[in-house]
Ligand binder design. Structure first.
Ligand code: PHE
Length: 338
């Protein structure tokens, strides 16, 4: 083969690569030119027959051809493989897929709103653990040693001193033990009681506790006014609020606070057991015995406390007829809470 023929073969091989589109055809070209019995290796073997004077030019051209051919083949193979990959069919006429949008759970929402309202009244948010000591949950709160609320049928006990808190009032104890007066806190959180589950009761529910203790006079009238303010902010101007005398070991005097039922607007329904009212909170003036337990001087301080059921508020605010909806996390329910 002359040098000129060699150059023609070189050009022909590159043209063949350029013309091939499929990987099978490119494979065949690789075998034809580079394979064990291929053209280029064959010519390398024939180098010894080339007249010595022509050999350098011949060898140079052969090397250039091989390099050019390999490069062209590699590039074309990559392109052919990419073209062979299935492209995702994209149907522009299909309706879009909507992602389900999350909502803030009504319990969290009430906690956030309530904390916000009390924040405007000067309360800061305090926190306490779910697992409490008997002292913080009961004894410091002036609960008599044999009070029925301490019974194992009402309270989840770990041992004689540790329990799952039955009320966020345990945070009152913690706050006063850790801080001198004045204190003005709210504490939202989980509570646990051995209740049977029904439309209005759960063994695990939420309360928000409030405590205001100061060295200057604080009265029951102050307590009533902030709870009435809270009711209007939370429920709207139309809500009715009533205070009934009650008893709690840690407040004296004590009241229970009812809001008008939002499901029936006070007419009477299943949710309010036909009374038109829903019990929302317990409250009262902090009992002097509590001050003694936490090291405050009962003669130097005045204060009130309250504790409200978060679920109760959520139920009347959003017209939820059964407390169990709040725990099932059924998206059909939650998506209505937008
Ligand atoms: N902790 C009481 C309850 O769970 C409510 C309460 C709080 C009452 C604070 C008075 C003062 O029923």
């Amino acid at each position: 083969m002359t040098l000129q023929e060699l150059q023609q073969e070189h050009a022909a091989s590159l043209a063949a690569v350029a013309a091939a589109t499929e990987t099978a055809a490119l494979d065949a070209l690789r075998v034809k030119y580079l394979g064990r019995n291929g053209l280029i290796p064959g010519l390398v073997k024939q180098m010894k027959d080339v007249p010595p004077a022509d050999r350098p030019a011949f060898g140079k051209e052969l090397g250039a051809w091989r390099a050019a051919f390999e490069q062209a083949l590699a590039e074309k193979t990559t392109a052919a493989q990419a073209a062979a990959e299935p492209t995702a069919a994209f149907d522009v006429t299909l309706p879009g897929r909507w992602r389900a949008e999350g909502v803030i759970h009504p319990v969290s929402r009430v906690i956030e709103e309530a904390s916000d309202i009390f924040h405007r009244l000067g309360f800061t948010v305090a926190d306490g653990p779910d697992i409490e000591t008997k002292f913080n949950n009961f004894t410091a709160l002036n609960t008599a040693p044999h009070h029925p609320s301490m019974d194992p049928s009402d309270t989840f006990w770990f041992d004689p001193e540790l329990l799952l808190r039955t009320q966020t009032s345990s945070v009152q104890t913690r706050t006063m033990l850790a801080n001198p007066p004045p204190v003005r806190i709210v504490c939202p959180g989980r509570c646990y009681r051995r209740d049977t589950m029904d439309a209005t009761h759960s063994a695990n529910f939420h309360q928000i506790e409030g405590l205001y203790v100061d060295t200057k006079p604080v009265s029951l009238a102050d307590l009533k006014s902030i709870l009435a303010y809270f009711a209007r902010e939370m429920m709207g101007a139309g809500v009715g609020v009533r205070f009934r005398p009650h008893f709690f070991p840690f407040t004296e005097p004590s009241v229970e606070v009812d809001f008008t039922c939002h499901v029936c607007k006070g007419k009477g329904c299943r949710v309010c057991k036909n009374s038109g009212w829903i019990e929302i909170a317990g409250a009262g003036m902090v009992d002097p015995r509590v001050y003694e337990h936490v090291g405050y001087d009962p003669d130097q301080v005045y204060g009130y406390a309250f504790g409200m059921g978060i679920e109760r508020i959520a139920m009347i605010k959003y017209g939820i007829p059964d407390i169990r909806y709040l725990y099932e996390n059924d998206v059909r329910f939650l998506s209505q809470m937008r």
